[in-house]
Design a protein around this ligand. Structure first.
Ligand SMILES: [Fe+2]
Length: 242
């Protein structure tokens, strides 16, 4: 198959060198008894936590036009920006998801073989659905009178979270199994987040939106199951389990 993991050259574990590991543990004990007089890390971080302002802010409230107009007016008292922030978050993550699958497509195209059951077409289908979800969210935000290009606080946070996934996926040395576990992390987040978004939309009286999102959730459930299957097959083949 693709680049296989070898054994025998990894010397990162402490058991590689009992002498050095003993010295390391001695230093740790020493540090416990002599605290750094210059910096109290816990106090420093506590002060940052106490003084921190929110990550960004929301754009001004959307106009009450379009499909949401009447529904929104019935919602006096509810903070529409909370729903809009979560919509923008989902849009940002689906965009990250599309990029992750774009990278996976390039990887599988270059791979000499794939785990049984996994196909380039299968990967492309999920990629296109993630992209479709991004477009659905962008048009939903637009219909609610807001700006889908605005970077909202939750979109910002999810973008930072997704950096780790994009960084892992961009590593050329990843095996197909490692790439699939990266996609699985994204799919688990996708599933939980769509469920929460559907609930929230319902609580805002946006049943029609919730219906649309239910289709997206059904697709995400398929993605999760498919990626799990591919990953399980990859691991079986890697371990040479018949
Ligand atoms: Fe997905």
């Amino acid at each position: 198959m693709e680049n296989e993991i070898s054994t025998g050259t990894n010397r990162t574990g402490m058991k590689t060198s009992p002498v050095h590991s003993r010295e390391l543990l001695e230093v740790r004990e020493l540090q416990k008894t002599v605290p750094d007089p210059e910096i109290d890390h816990v106090a420093l971080r506590t002060s940052y936590l106490a003084e921190a302002e929110p990550v960004g802010s929301m754009p001004p409230p959307p106009t009450l036009r379009g499909m949401a107009g009447t529904a929104m007016q019935a919602l006096t008292g509810r903070k529409m920006h909370v729903l809009l922030d979560k919509l923008a978050e989902r849009a940002a993550f689906e965009r990250t998801g599309t990029r992750l699958y774009d990278m996976m497509l390039q990887k599988v195209a270059a791979a000499p073989s794939l785990p049984s059951g996994m196909t380039i077409e299968g990967v492309r289908q999920i990629r296109d659905e993630e992209h479709g979800h991004f477009q659905l969210l962008a048009s939903t935000i637009e219909e609610l009178g807001a700006d889908p290009t605005a970077m909202t606080p939750c979109a910002d946070v999810t973008g930072v979270q997704g950096l780790g996934l994009v960084q892992a996926m961009g590593e050329p040395r990843l095996t197909i199994a490692q790439a699939l576990s990266t996609l699985l992390a994204a799919e688990v987040i996708d599933n939980a987040s769509w469920e929460l978004l559907i609930d929230l939309a319902r609580q805002f009286g946006q049943d029609e939106l919730a219906e649309r999102f239910t289709n997206a959730l059904a697709a995400e459930k398929r993605h999760d199951a498919t990626v799990r299957q591919w990953l399980a097959a990859a691991l079986r083949e890697e371990a040479e389990i018949g």
